[in-house]
Design a protein around this ligand. Structure first.
Ligand code: GDD
Ligand code: MN
Length: 363
């Protein structure tokens, strides 16, 4: 098998009888062996039934999902049933011309690319029959995607790729933009765009709505923090640190007022409790995407980092006040910043260091 073509469908009964024969004809003309996988979400217009009838003498699989809905998750479901090493995703509504598939496949077969995107926004690419309003929305969305990648049409729903780029990759099944998800998370070395002519659908209607646009914005933010985890991790780390101050104060007060324990012992115990709660929150929230070394080991490392941070805090404070003559409050602020940076880097690079090639369960 050369290529598996995955087509998500929802109410495409009028389009499939035109598209499917076209695909197999083109594949045959180009001497490509193909399978087509239809993933239908129990369409009210019984698209799945039409697909089943069409599949009787063709190399086709029809998956009818009853309890699940959504374009991206449908495409992911389709991936599971593929037999080829090259996968193509396209829409069912005749917007994407199957004539472009052989070129995509060839670029991948020859090793020129491991992902090929059918682009409307490069030279010779075209967008037919769209209203100015839809063009404008599409342009805005494409422009916004610049925060995560520099392609001309990363939102395209027509693309091909080598299956192995998804080995060990966990994709988010929500939303409309499964292509963008693969572009950002896949193990890609080279990605190419080839021009396509996108034709607006003649039958049925688009499923793009307001919610899709909102979801898209959140999706972009999630992808951005996937690519640049540092800033968000640092923010979370600081929130955890502040929570630790309150935990510390709470137990300290409890011990000195309620249990009448000596304040130095109380401070030591409450420090240990705060470090432990910080460890727990950092492990399960700040760095939850990292598969880290065993609990005991990462805990000991975190305690060491916290102690080093504490010593650093006191030392910087001492030097700034005694040797530089700085104000005590300013000195303490600088000392806290120094200790926080130390603790963050130590945590990120050592205690909660991501183990290469392993993904923690993130959903
Ligand atoms: N199984 C399933 N479940 N399929 C779905 C669902 C769903 O919930 N929603 C949409 N589809 C199928 C449609 O039947 C069609 O085959 C394809 O996904 C694209 O849906 P359209 O509703 O036609 O989307 P569009 O034309 O607005 O958007 C297309 O163009 C965009 C480019 O601007 C898609 O290709 C987008 O991915 C693309 O970004
Ligand atoms: Mn469409």
């Amino acid at each position: 098998m050369h290529v598996s073509v995955i087509i998500p469908t929802y109410n495409e009964a009028e389009n499939l009888p035109i598209l499917i024969p076209q695909i197999f004809k083109i594949m045959h003309q180009n001497k490509l062996k193909a399978e087509v996988i239809i993933v239908d979400d129990d369409s009210p217009d019984r698209t799945w039934e039409i697909a089943q009838k069409l599949s009787s003498n063709l190399n086709m699989k029809v998956i009818r999902r009853i309890n699940e809905k959504g374009l991206s998750s449908a495409v992911l479901e389709g991936f599971k049933h593929t037999e080829s090493e090259i996968l193509t995703v396209m829409d069912a509504d005749l917007s994407h011309a199957p004539e472009r598939i052989p070129e995509m496949v060839k670029l991948i077969q020859t090793g020129a690319a491991d992902m090929v995107i059918g682009s409307r926004y490069i030279k010779n690419g075209k967008l037919k029959d769209w209203s100015y309003f839809r063009k404008f929305i599409s342009k805005c969305a494409t422009y916004m995607a610049k925060i995560v990648c520099d392609l001309r049409d990363p939102m395209s729903g027509f693309f091909s790729f080598k299956k192995q780029i998804l080995n060990g990759v966990k994709l988010n099944p929500k939303g409309f933009k499964i292509g963008l998800e693969i572009i950002i998370k896949g193990n890609l070395k080279n990605i190419t765009e080839i021009p396509i002519t996108f034709t607006d659908r003649k039958f049925g209607e688009s499923k793009l709505n307001q919610k899709v646009i909102f979801d898209y914005i959140f999706h972009l933010l999630a992808l951005f923090s996937h690519k640049n985890p540092g800033p968000l991790e640092f923010l979370k780390f600081c929130v955890v640190g502040i929570s630790g101050v309150f935990v510390n104060l709470f137990f300290y007060a409890l011990m000195i007022y309620f249990f009448k324990i000596s304040y130095l012992i109380a401070a030591t115990i409450s420090f240990c409790i705060a470090v432990s709660s910080n460890y727990y929150l950092n492990l399960n929230w700040t760095f939850r995407k990292n598969a880290v070394s065993p609990r005991g080991e990462s805990y000991i490392k975190f305690v060491i980092i916290s102690l080093v941070g504490y010593i650093l805090n006191i030392s910087v404070l001492y030097i700034l006040v005694e040797k530089c003559g700085f104000h005590e409050l300013i000195s303490q602020l600088i000392a806290i910043i120094a200790a926080t940076l130390n603790n963050f880097w130590g945590s990120k690079m050592w205690a909660f260091k991501k183990i290469r090639g392993q993904n923690a369960n993130t959903n």
